[in-house]
Design a protein around this ligand. Sequence first.
Ligand SMILES: [Zn+2]
Length: 404
Amino acid sequence: MLLLSNLPFKTQKSMPSGSDNRGTGLLLQAGFIRMTLAGAYNYTTLGLKTLRNIENIVREEMDAIGSSEILMTALGARENWEKTERWDTVDILFKLPSAEGREYALNPTHEEVVTPLIGEFIQSYKDLENCSVYQIQNKFRNEKRAKSGLLRGREFLMKDMYSFHRTQEELDAYFEVAHSAYDRVFERLGLSDSTHYTFASGGDFSKYSYEFQTEVGIGEDEIFICTKCDQAHNKEIIDENHFVCAECAHTECEKKIVSEVANIFKLGSRFSDAFGLKYQDADGQTKNIVMGCYGIGISRLMGLIAEKFADEKWLIWPENVAPFWYEIIVIGDHLEVAKTLAKKLESEWKSVLIDDRNTGFGQKAGDADLFGIPNRIILSDKTIEKGGYELKKRTESEGIIVSM
Ligand SMILES: [Zn+2]
């Protein structure tokens, strides 16, 4: 349990100016985040708990498909970015001069780190039977203009996974496994109905790349969904005047405003070739390795969920994402009772925030609504007289008395 009186952070009476979308504005008002510079945010305790909940759902689903968690460096070597011919072509690459007169990249993606790293451990075909790694780490983009709060940052938290395979068939099979894991992530985040697996323009090695696009009013992208088979298409692959479904050739579609929350790519051997990654097959021959990469924007998802689920007033978090399941508002001298109740709820795996601050009921109730915690409990002389505590869901207007 966490006591609110221990936190140095405070809410604000109104939404701070300067936030260009409501979700980020509400997160600022609730004191969940603060900006260091445009596009780079600090997370306070309640904000960090929310971010960690999203992160842990992603982590559990990647672990479940046998990927191994690692942590790679934020700094990248210029030579590696030159090997892949991306030092001069990735326009958002942050480049840093070092004291020794060299230059480094602040990585926006990690093919240039993970490929030589995994190369150190691969010799034979047996080493590629299940070779997938992921990390959850801050990424950097040197944006000319950062906007949209958490949805488009210069520094942001991502999960990026990389898989290494002996054949295209093995890559194709793992790609579908990863796709299913992503579907489970969006289901657990409460986004499965509004998230669309979308065909987008491909790279050098496959016809399409694949994006997960979530419907949200402030989205920066447009998709077109086939009214017959439901396949979504990014607008970049659509002839604006004449829609033809890439899956079923139907010609009617529905347009949606969306934000890209994840993408998965078949990279082929572009990066493994650049670093000379090979393996020795069972027949003794030396062969190429093919790769896949799989990203999910974790801090972006937090901004998107804040925006999407808020009501006309304040934040509402889905239970799996909320910083706490319960907030207990203590009125009067009932803190010990509140702690006992919190322990009981925690024994049922429900997390609890206790508002024990020395402020009035109005402030406490208002902050509880602003925080968007799904279940609010009031413990006061009045509720105890009625036989227990009052329990109210964030989405309901009336509470009920529950006996202790
Ligand atoms: Zn179709």
